[in-house]
Design a protein around this ligand. Structure first.
Ligand code: GLU
Length: 274
C-alpha cells in the first residue's frame, strides 16, 4: 500500500511552496490508490504555535485536501524519539557535546576545513565530561560518524531511490549531527525517521531543500533497522527574482492569497494541478 505524508512545521503560515508539496503528495496518493497523512512537526516548542497548526489545517481544507485522522503531532510522541535515542546511545553511536553555539561558530572559523571539521568534535575525556555533567552543564547528543562508519563497515550499503534514480547516501558533509538538542530534547532528523517508519510511509514527497537531509536520514534508518521509503524531491518554487519561497523572506501566505480573492482552483491551476 502506497502511504505518503505532508509534514509541515507550524512555525508560520503556509505559502505556495507548501501548497505545491501537499498537492503533489496528495495527488500521488490518489493516483496510486494509497493513503495521504498529515503530520505536524512541532517538536521545537520555542518556534511552533498552535495558531499556525490550525491555519495549516484551514489552508489544506481550502485546497480541498483530505487527510486521515488522528493527525500525528510530534510533540505528543517524545517517548518514541527518546527510545530511538537510547538505543543509539546504548550502541555507542552518540556522544555528549557541551559546546555552545558561540564556541561552535568560533571553531568553524578557525577550522582548516570549515564546518565539517568543526562538527566533528570528539567525545570529551571521561573525567572532563563527568565534571561538566556534575556541574549541570547542558549538552546535546551528537551522532559519531566514525562510530557509525565502523558499525556499518562504510556507507556503500546506504542506497535509496530519489525520483527513480538510485543514490548511495553520503552523510559526511553534515559532520556529527545533533540528534538531541539542548533545548528541545530531539532533533528533526531523528523524529522524521522514527515517524516515517512508525506511520508506514512508503513514499516521501517533499521539496528539493530537503534532498540533502535524505543522506543522514538514510544513515539513521540503517542504524535503527528501519525501512527506507522511496523519495521524490520536487524542484522548489521561485519568486519573481528567482529566490526560493520562504516564510522568513516574506513569501505571500496562502491566507493572504485567499484574502485578496484568489480561489483554490486558480492556485491549483497556477501550480499545475487539477
Ligand atoms: N517539517 C519539515 C519542514 O517543514 C519537513 C519534513 C519532511 O518533509 O521530511 O520543512
Amino acid at each position: 500500500m502506497f502511504v505518503t505524508r505532508f509534514a509541515p512545521s507550524p512555525t508560520g503560515y503556509l505559502h505556495r511552496g507548501h501548497a505545491f508539496s501537499a498537492l503533489a503528495a496528495h495527488q500521488a496518493a490518489r493516483v496510486a490508490g494509497g493513503r495521504f497523512l498529515l503530520r505536524i512537526e512541532d517538536i521545537d516548542a520555542t518556534r511552533c504555535r498552535p495558531a499556525f497548526e490550525a491555519a495549516i489545517c484551514e489552508d489544506l481544507a481550502w485546497l480541498d485536501l483530505r487527510w486521515e485522522t488522528p493527525v500525528r503531532r510530534q510533540s505528543e510522541h517524545m517517548a518514541d524519539y527518546q527510545s530511538a535515542l537510547t538505543r543509539l546511545e546504548a550502541d555507542g553511536l552518540l556522544y555528549r557535546c557541551f559546546r555552545t553555539r558561540k564556541e561552535i561558530a568560533q571553531a568553524m572559523t578557525s577550522a582548516p576545513h570549515g564546518a565539517v571539521e568543526a562538527f566533528r568534535s570528539a567525545p570529551l575525556p571521561a573525567r572532563e565530561e563527568a565534571r561538566r555533567l556534575a556541574a549541570g552543564e547542558p549538552f546535546a547528543w551528537r551522532l559519531s560518524l566514525d562510530a557509525a562508519r565502523q558499525r556499518l563497515g562504510g556507507w556503500q550499503g546506504l542506497t535509496f531511490s530519489d525520483s527513480g534514480q538510485t543514490f548511495t547516501a553520503n552523510p559526511e558533509p553534515g559532520g556529527d549531527i545533533v540528534l538531541a538538542r539542548k533545548d528541545v530534547g530531539v532533533a528533526y532528523h531523528l523524529a522524521v525517521v522514527v515517524d516515517d517508519a512508525l506511520q508506514g510511509i512508503t513514499h516521501v514527497i517533499r521539496g528539493a531543500d530537503l534532498a540533502e537531509a535524505t543522506h543522514v536520514q538514510r544513515l539513521l534508518q540503517a542504524l535503527l533497522d528501519l525501512p527506507t521509503p522511496t523519495y521524490q524531491h520536487h524542484p522548489l518554487l521561485l519568486d519573481a527574482e528567482g529566490h526560493r519561497l520562504a516564510k522568513r523572506t516574506g513569501a505571500e501566505s496562502l491566507r493572504a492569497l485567499r484574502e485578496r480573492g484568489m480561489s483554490a482552483a486558480e492556485l491549483k491551476g497556477e501550480l499545475g494541478f487539477d
